[in-house]
Design a protein around this ligand. Structure first.
Ligand SMILES: Cc1cc2nc3c(=O)[nH]c(=O)nc-3n(C[C@H](O)[C@H](O)[C@H](O)COP(=O)(O)OP(=O)(O)OC[C@H]3O[C@@H](n4cnc5c(N)ncnc54)[C@H](O)[C@@H]3O)c2cc1C
Length: 410
């Protein structure tokens, strides 16, 4: 046996498992056909948030006259946005490469194939391993009639490669990826239309979150069509089932991702490959549990959608519960900080029963940070009475948590 563990895929699942196993003294070989960091670092979480940051800065400067700052924008060079994204990715990836190297893992940059449950073929070599871990990730889901061509019909990978801002974009699907790109492009002034097959935007969210985002889209001039889909495309003209006709410069298909999973008994599968919850933090914690035995509770995996305002949730949604649960809502306008920040659109909503929180849904600036306090409370079963003993700082968005629990009516 050459190595105790052979890991295929250097994304969050693969590198987390690898680093932990190596730190326990196991010999590990990791195969990566592209870049360490996987989709998350190179094509997903990190590059999109870098774009989003630039888009939000752009929108802020354009609206600077609201605070008395008259700015004349002479030029906008989109290549700098791409450059910033590339530099961000490279910096973070270099740090990861170093920690993988320091952990003692042998990295083979090559496409790996599984020959049998103890043999991996890569780089014209055969590696004999005690255990194979497949952490091969996932790929953008293609739908019939909307096959990616990299020019007009784009995947979430292709859109990162565009060297210019389109004038208009049609986004198919309003999950996390579609919603983030709708917000990135819209902040840059791109004309956006979203088409969603379900009854509401962000179908996996609490119904009131979806409805609030629909209201925000209307205010921002982002068009959307619900219960709708593309019927046909002629040239660059898109015909929706509802009869609407659109002529976008590009189409971004964001209808989900398909796990890449070698079907073979006797190997272990982690991360997106396993097809459970396709999120980087899920992949990381699943791999951590696998490699260290530290458990994590899958039901308490938070979801975050970035942009202004952020959207975050964990646990039960309104549509999941009956009347025995209590729903309480706090408008973000109740918080002084939101007025200071000009970020008053949103709410904190909790679903409670018998002195405990079972669901938390936030549309607000800093929702991505705020959700973790509620997550902690929920997972550690901290009662509402105990939570009331916590002193929250003022003025913050966090004090909304104290405020909302004081409003619960049973
Ligand atoms: C646009 C976008 C935005 C996202 N934003 C977020 C976010 O904000 N937050 C979040 O939690 N998640 C986000 N995700 C999801 C997140 O990127 C994935 O859940 C995460 O990367 C999964 O990690 P993984 O290790 O399972 O797979 P991956 O990160 O996909 O890594 C798999 C790796 O395996 C390699 N590989 C595959 N097959 C082979 C082979 N045969 N040989 C060698 N190497 C191979 C691939 O090259 C890849 O590097 C986003 C995804 C996208 C597309």
């Amino acid at each position: 046996m050459d190595f105790e563990y052979g890991i295929i895929g250097g994304g969050p699942a693969g590198y987390t498992a690898g680093i932990n196993l190596a730190s326990q003294g196991h010999s590990v070989v990791l195969f990566e056909k592209e870049y360490l960091g996987g989709t998350c670092m190179n094509k997903g979480c990190i590059p999109t948030k870098s774009f989003l940051h630039c888009a939000e800065e752009y929108a802020r400067i354009k609206n600077a006259s609201e605070i008395g700052l008259e700015v004349e924008i002479k030029k906008f060079d989109f290549s700098k946005v791409i450059e910033k994204k590339n530099k961000t990715v490279e910096k973070i990836r270099k740090a990861l490469e170093l920690s993988v190297k320091n952990s003692g893992i042998k990295v083979v940059y090559s496409n790996a194939c599984i020959k049998d449950k103890n043999t991996i073929l890569a780089d014209a070599q055969s590696y004999s391993v005690g255990k194979i871990i497949a952490a091969c990730g996932s790929k953008p889901k293609e739908i019939k009639g909307l096959e990616f061509d990299g020019k007009f019909i784009l995947s979430s990978d292709d859109v990162l490669e565009l060297d210019h801002l389109p004038k208009s974009a049609l986004i198919i699907g309003s999950g996390a990826i579609g919603t983030e790109w709708a917000r990135i492009y819209s902040s840059f002034g791109v004309e956006i239309t979203v088409v969603e097959l379900a009854e509401h935007l962000i179908p996996s969210a609490d119904i009131e979150v979806s409805k609030r985002i629909e209201r925000i889209y209307k205010q921002k001039g982002i068009k959307f069509y619900l219960n709708d889909c593309v019927e046909k495309i002629e040239g660059k003209t898109v015909f929706l089932k509802s009869g609407v006709v659109i002529n976008p410069e590009i189409i971004l298909v964001a209808t989900g991702r398909t796990p890449v999973c070698p079907a073979l008994e006797g190997i272990d599968i982690l991360g997106d490959s396993a097809g459970e919850i396709l999120l980087a933090h899920y992949a990381i914690h699943q791999a951590k549990e696998y490699s260290t035995g530290i458990p994590f509770k899958k039901d308490f995996t938070p979801s975050v959608i970035y942009g202004e305002p952020e959207i975050a949730w964990v646990g039960l949604r309104e549509q999941d519960v009956d009347e025995s649960y209590t729903k309480t809502m706090l408008p973000i306008t109740a918080l002084g900080k939101s007025w200071c920040d000009d970020a008053t659109d949103g709410f904190i909503k909790i679903i409670t029963k018998d002195d405990f929180i079972y669901g938390a849904h936030i549309v607000s600036k800093e929702a991505s940070a705020l959700i973790h306090t509620l997550l902690l409370v929920m997972q550690q079963k901290i009662s509402l009475e105990k939570l009331k003993e916590i002193c929250f700082a003022h003025p913050t968005y966090s004090e909304g948590i104290f405020d909302i629990i004081c409003r619960i009516k049973n």
